[in-house]
Design a binder for this molecule. Sequence first.
Ligand code: APR
Length: 169
Amino acid sequence: MMPITLVQGDITRIAADAIVNAANSSLLGGGGVDGAIHRAAGPGLLEECRRLYALGGCRTGDAKLTGGHRLSARYIIHAVGPVWQGGTKGEADLLASCYRRCFEIAAERGVASIAFPAISCGVYRFPVDRAAAISVRETRAALAARPELEVMLVAFGAEIKGAYEAALG
Ligand code: APR
């Protein structure tokens, strides 16, 4: 089984078959990693996302695939994480569902390597330690099914990196 790689840095600079975006349900861009990915991928990404928006966008806990456009990644998988509301509104299950859906889409497309940002850990205020534990748990489950998959967890800052290191044990 491939080890999980922890990387600190900007996900738009990661070389992977697919990078995951922490998007919102419109898929029409935003700030944070969403803004960084749209800036790096160029206007063609927004054009593709507008078509997905017209088809209903993406529900929280789900993910949608687009091309990588100007990114080196072949694909971008846009996951819509939950906004943290105190933990009693199914937020943990919805975040886990984001990871599972990204791994399902990656398997369907034969993606060999995938990089994740810390979904919901910014604007959506999900507690970082809980999110990291969910991310690592779902990644290990995916690797049990697809040991050859290369997974990179990308931490933009030291806090996230520390949370991932703790979750990876
Ligand atoms: N590379 C990797 N990680 C990044 C980058 C980057 N270039 N920029 C930000 N991050 C990190 C943040 O530091 C945070 O740890 O991504 C994590 C997720 O934070 P957000 O981008 O704020 O995403 P999220 O909390 O899921 O909120 C999603 O924010 O940008 C809007 O349109 C987006 O409405 C959606 C919401």
